[in-house]
Design a protein around this ligand. Sequence first.
Ligand SMILES: *[C@@H]1O[C@H](CO)[C@@H](O)[C@H](O)[C@H]1NC(C)=O
Length: 164
Amino acid sequence: MKVLYILCLLFAVTQAASLNKRDRGAAISIVSSNEFCMYLPPAPGLSVSVTENDAVAFCQTPTTYAKVFPVGFIRSAHYVRTPSYVQVTGRMNSSTYDIQVEDGGGQYDHKNLPKGTCNGMNYWINVLEPDNDIYCIRCCQLKGDCNIGISTYGCEHIIPGNYN
Ligand SMILES: *[C@@H]1O[C@H](CO)[C@@H](O)[C@H](O)[C@H]1NC(C)=O
């Protein structure tokens, strides 16, 4: 079993390495609950916490800079826009991309993926909790609206919103 696990991990890592580096930390956009992007590990079978500096953008519709979410990955999406930030919160099915539950999840943000921007804004935070199957992303004009220092608190604390 252990050997199989290591082989799978090696495969995932090689797959990840073969992806074009330019895809990492792309400039994503959030337009509506049916048209948004966020970051996922570069290959299935990885956790968010081990790929915090190495994520790939996924969107609901094909773009030149991102992949399309696996079928069934997004189970619900709730879009909120204010003058200073935009966010999407909701439920996912992490099994469709085999996201590992290590550390109960993890966080991608403007600090660990500095090439990423969101709607042209420089501050953003994107948390995935595969153990609860919820996700959240918020993109901010003001640093204070995107608090990247409290990742262990989870989506519902960092980005209050609708998680039904
Ligand atoms: C989640 O995805 C897995 C794998 O595709 C599937 O077997 C399962 O039924 C899905 N669960 C829900 C709640 O949709």
